[in-house]
Design a protein around this ligand. Structure first.
Ligand code: BGC
Length: 759
């Protein structure tokens, strides 16, 4: 692997099946609306597995989820993101010899992702079994500028021969979802969810409309080709596949290019998806491919400008961080019908579901760099608030809204409630993300229009799920972030989130009352002053477990009573534990899959003394396996806070490399978007110690020994600030907007243009 600036590339090819599936993920193309895995256009050898997936964010079918025992309220169906028509297949024949890396000789090969220009590609110099040498350059792009558009530019150069070439390009409606019955993180039954119902050719473009089996949705894909030279052209239309063939003579040294435009449209966003696909195709063809490339580069120029982050002296990790940031813009939904899935649009792991990953790991990145996107993510939760109200009712709550643990269109999709629906902290996470969005932007109008209703409904739910006992507000029978400990009383993280949620419900009520923006919310929700008083009371006496002997916050009421997992005698191959031990066995031990109380210490750092945080960190570090990709980034942040910069750096490195080096061994099923956001946080919230607090922006910068320095930009209120951290000093520069007061290690400073602070 070679890393360089904004290009990630590999220059050798390992044709092992697992490697190919890994690179399908790592080089996938996506733009937040569509995602296409990077499979070889010509396919693999017979017998190879592939996840030849093409996805639309938020486009789903409803799938039965049979419960072994029919208890009241258990979910019996879920939504699953669908693999839709395949438009990436292209076969090349040279004088009847088919191009394949599994045959002939590969003289040179390079696969790349160019994050500056937003394209991926494959460059091959190949010698056919009969000795014909051909150079093939394939570039693929999912446009950020026209979200419906995917292009493949397929160029062939005859290096040492004159001959006849045939290009066969496919548009395949007959597709299925991927499954793996042995991995709970992937769907376990492979189903055909969409059926092609109409195939048509309009102005030389083929269109396939497919309907979902149950959800009543439709998707239309359109494909149109342009060849750079005259040829014999044929199109075969079958009900589920369209084959377009192009036959031509090629001369020694001549280059011929096929450009394939694919358009995607769905009935969630468009009443008539075929009409919309046709209109999008016309729009796409109005521009040359060069113009499309140039729009793509412009979009990314702006993105890298807003998300600017540089590390001096660590090129490999620096590129890994940028790779992660690129994947976030590829994955995040750009409208209120979609959000950001745990695997983005890169694979079918977790079935395209949205989790708390969004609010706690990804949104913090967008809030500071692209607040418009953060706003959209909140709007998505607003759009699904009604479903959350229904979910609360199903669970027996008399008021409030309970967001689903995992979902696409808003209703619960988690089949195993102990580590799904019981994770009530999702409500507090969503509230937290709205509050921090407000702290970063002070956008009170947005709170009045969208945020407040969510905050009040989630606060209401806490009042219903918890109860006062011995003068304390307690929350029983919930699951915290650590999925190796389920259904407990008073999970520290959950209680702290609920407290924050309730406290801010009161604050927003006061703020909106002051700014005379409360009445429509009060009327719509029938919100009473008594409820606000109750929120205040519950948050004021929220029970946060503390152990006097260990001087730590126990993860929950019973955590410390359990025996500690026998780490010493657990073989390496048994990790992740979830694939080798019964859940009950895990639940009975002190063993954490991921940061739980440690996460609470990061986001609610003022709730405990530094000593307690240090003790907790040391304690939980010993019992945490980091089997979840959401863990090491948080340990890195808290290690930074505790001045353990070396440790913070190691955790940060683990998180940065997780997908590029496939350290969790499941990147073939998709990237880990939460980890990618967390990795950014490990620098900005971790090393630089940024916190958004009510009195302003705080920093506590550290520099890992391995680095010469680092710098990044953040949006705060109406200003853009550049932060640069070096060994002996930090420089803060106001790039745009008005002057700001901020804090470095609790000391107040005023930034009008530029400030140098010695460390
Ligand atoms: C983690 C959850 C996370 C989910 C999706 C699980 O392994 O334990 O915290 O939300 O993955 O990323």
């Amino acid at each position: 692997m070679k890393v360089n600036q904004l290009v990630y590339e590999i220059n050798d090819i390992n044709l092992e099946n697992d490697e190919l599936m890994l690179y399908e993920t790592l080089f996938h193309n996506a733009n937040g609306y569509i995602g296409i895995r990077s499979c070889f256009e010509e396919g693999y050898e017979k017998g190879y597995n592939t996840i030849r997936g093409t996805y639309i964010n938020g486009f789903y079918d409803i799938v039965e989820m049979k419960q072994a025992e029919k208890l009241y309220g258990l979910i019996e169906e879920k939504q699953a993101m669908l693999n839709i028509a395949d438009t990436q297949s292209i076969e090349l024949k040279i004088d009847n010899e088919s191009f394949s890396l599994f045959e002939g000789t590969t003289l040179r090969v390079r696969r790349f992702l160019d994050m500056e220009h937003g394209i991926t590609g494959r460059e091959v110099l190949w010698r056919s079994p009969s000795g014909k040498e051909v150079e093939i350059i394939i570039k693929r792009m999912t446009s950020f500028y026209q979200l419906s558009l995917f292009t493949i530019e397929y160029s062939i150069k005859a290096v040492n021969f004159d001959g006849k070439v045939e290009l066969l390009s496919y548009h395949i409606g007959d597709v299925m979802n991927y499954s793996n019955p042995d991995d709970p993180r992937v769907a376990n039954e492979s189903l055909k969810h969409i059926i092609p119902v109409d195939v048509d050719c309009v102005n030389g473009a083929s269109y396939i409309i497919s309907n979902t089996l149950v959800s009543g949705l439709s998707v239309c894909t359109g494909v149109k080709h342009i060849l750079s030279k005259e040829c014999l052209e044929k199109m075969d239309l079958l009900v589920n596949t369209v084959t377009s063939s192009y036959t031509f003579d090629i001369a020694h040294n001549e280059t011929v290019t096929l450009t394939k435009y694919s358009i995607f449209s769905d009935s969630i966003r468009h009443k008539d998806c075929k009409e919309n696909a046709k209109a999008e195709m016309t729009k796409a063809l109005e521009k040359t491919l060069t113009e499309h490339y140039s729009h793509q580069a412009d979009y990314l120029k702006e993105y890298w400008k807003n998300t600017y982050l540089e590390i001096d002296g660590d090129e490999e990790l620096s590129l890994a961080v940028r790779y992660n940031m690129y994947q976030l813009i590829q994955s995040v939904g750009k409208d209120e019908h979609s959000n950001i899935a745990a695997k983005g649009l890169s694979g079918e792991g977790y079935e395209g579901h949205y989790f708390w990953d969004t609010e706690m790991y990804i949104q913090p990145f967008f809030t500071l760099t692209e607040p418009g996107i953060a706003k959209n993510l909140i709007k998505y939760r607003y759009t699904t608030l009604e479903k959350a109200r229904e979910n609360a009712k199903l669970l027996g709550h008399k008021k409030g809204a309970l967001y689903p643990w995992r979902t696409i269109m808003g209703s619960e999709c988690s089949g195993y409630f102990p580590s799904g629906t019981a994770a009530y902290h999702i409500n507090g996470d969503i509230a937290y993300s709205i509050i921090t969005y407000y702290l970063a932007t002070k956008d009170i109008d947005f709170i009045a229009d969208y945020g407040a209703e969510i905050i009040f409904e989630t606060a209401r739910l806490w009042m219903d799920v918890g109860n006062f006992y011995n003068g304390q507000f307690r929350i029983n029978e919930v699951t915290g972030p650590d999925e190796y400990t389920c259904m407990v009383n008073n999970n520290y993280y959950t209680n702290a989130c609920a407290q924050f949620n309730l406290k801010w419900a009161v604050k927003f009520y006061d703020l909106l009352t002051e700014s005379k923006k409360i009445s429509h919310v009060v009327d719509k929700m029938n919100l009473s002053e008594i409820e606000i008083k109750d929120f205040e009371k519950a948050s004021g006496c929220m029970y946060l477990p503390y152990d006097e002997t260990l001087k730590i916050n126990p993860q929950d009421d019973s955590f410390l009573e359990k025996k500690v997992w026998d780490f010493e005698h657990t073989p390496k191959e048994d990790y992740p534990l979830l694939l080798h031990y019964h859940p009950l066995c895990l639940y009975r031990h002190q063993v954490c899959k991921q940061a739980d109380t440690v996460l609470a210490h990061f986001i609610f750092e003022d709730a405990q003394s530094l000593e307690t945080i240090r003790n907790s960190f040391n304690y939980y570090e010993k019992v945490t396996t980091h089997d979840s990709s959401l863990s090491t980034c948080i340990f890195s942040i808290v290690a930074s806070k505790l001045g353990l910069t070396h440790k913070a750096y190691d955790y940060f490195g683990d998180s940065a490399k997780l997908d590029l080096f496939n350290t969790h061994k499941n990147t073939k099923d998709g990237i880990h978007t939460a980890n990618m956001g967390g990795n950014y946080m490990a620098i900005v919230y971790g090393f630089a110690g940024l916190r958004l607090k009510e009195d302003g922006l705080h920093f506590a910068p550290n520099l890992p020994l391995q680095w010469d320095g680092y710098r990044f930009k953040v949006n705060y209120e109406d200003s853009m600030i550049m932060v640069e951290v070096f060994k002996n000093k930090c420089i803060f520069t106001l790039i745009s907007g008005t002057g700001k007061t901020f804090f470095v290690r609790e000391k107040e400073y005023r930034l009008e243009s530029s400030l140098i602070i010695s460390q």
